[in-house]
Design a protein around this ligand. Structure first.
Ligand SMILES: [Zn+2]
Length: 246
C-alpha cells in the first residue's frame, strides 16, 4: 500500500513538474503571479481587466489628464494606452494586445507593484509601517498606493529612467499630524507620494508630473515643499510650485 502510494506521489510529482515546465515555456512567470490579461482590449470594452489596465497606463494619458479607474475603455483610456505604447517603443494604436501586455508584465512585480517602486517604500510613515490608522481602510490605502506607484513609474520613465526616491507615502492620521499635516490629507488615503531625485531637479520632477496623471502636485515655492515634490492622484487639479513656474 505504502509502495503504491509512493509511486502515485512520484507520478504526481512528475506530472506537476511537467505542468510547471509547460507553464514556464508558454507564459512569463511574472505575468500570472500578479495579473494576466486574456483578451485584447479596445474602445468600448468594459470589465475588471480594463480597470487593471487603467491602473497601469494612467500615467500616460497626457497633460493634466487624470483618468478614472472605472473599468470602462473610453477615449482617455485609449489615449493612455497610446501614450504607454509610444513611450516603450511599441506600435501606438491605442489597443491593448499581446505586445502591450508583455511590456506591462516586464514592468510589474509579483505583488503588482511597478518595477522601480515597492510597498516597503510607501508604507506607514513615521517608521510604523503598515496601512492602518489612515482615513480609509488598509485595503483601500494599498489600492491607492498601487495606483500612485504606477503613475510614479510613468514619471520615472518620462524623466529618462531617472531614479526617484519616495521620502513619504502613506501616513496614519496620527503620523500626519505629528509631521505638521492636517491629519486627513492625501497621505492618509495612500494617494500621495513625496518624491526626490538623485540627479534630476525638483522642478523637472514637478513639471513632468503634470503629464503623469497626478491631480495634486506641490513643489518648490509652495510652503514646506522646497526639499521634495508632493504628487497625489486626487480627482481634479491642485498644482503649485511657484519657483518652477507651476
Ligand atoms: Zn506630501
Amino acid at each position: 500500500m505504502s509502495r503504491m502510494r509512493a509511486s502515485l506521489v512520484a507520478a504526481l510529482v512528475t506530472l506537476t513538474s511537467l505542468v510547471a515546465l509547460t507553464t514556464a515555456t508558454t507564459a512569463p512567470a511574472h505575468a500570472d503571479e500578479c495579473y494576466s490579461w486574456t483578451r485584447t482590449l479596445s474602445s468600448g470594452a468594459t470589465g475588471d481587466d480594463v480597470a487593471q489596465l487603467q491602473v497601469r497606463v494612467a500615467g500616460w494619458a497626457g497633460y493634466g489628464v487624470n483618468i478614472a479607474i472605472d473599468g470602462s475603455y473610453g477615449a482617455q483610456t485609449a489615449e493612455a494606452v497610446r501614450g504607454f505604447q509610444a513611450a516603450y517603443g511599441l506600435s501606438a494604436d491605442g489597443v491593448a494586445g499581446a505586445a502591450t501586455y508583455a511590456k506591462i508584465y516586464e514592468l510589474q512585480d509579483a505583488d503588482c507593484t511597478p518595477l522601480h517602486f515597492s510597498y516597503a517604500e510607501v508604507d506607514g510613515g513615521c517608521g510604523a509601517g503598515g496601512y492602518s490608522g489612515g482615513s480609509v481602510s488598509a485595503a483601500t490605502v494599498q489600492q491607492n498606493l498601487l495606483r500612485a506607484m504606477w503613475r510614479a513609474e510613468a514619471l520615472r520613465h518620462r524623466l529618462g529612467d531617472q531614479p526617484l526616491t519616495v521620502t513619504s507615502g502613506f501616513r496614519s492620521q496620527a503620523c500626519d499630524r505629528s509631521v505638521g499635516g492636517s491629519g486627513t490629507g492625501q497621505h492618509t488615503y495612500g494617494t500621495a507620494l513625496d518624491l526626490v531625485g538623485s540627479s534630476v531637479s525638483l522642478c523637472t520632477i514637478a513639471g513632468n508630473a503634470r503629464y503623469a496623471g497626478f491631480g495634486g502636485i506641490y513643489g518648490p515655492g509652495y510652503p514646506d515643499h522646497d526639499d521634495h515634490v508632493h504628487v497625489d492622484i486626487r480627482a481634479g487639479r491642485s498644482w503649485s510650485a511657484p519657483t518652477c513656474g507651476i
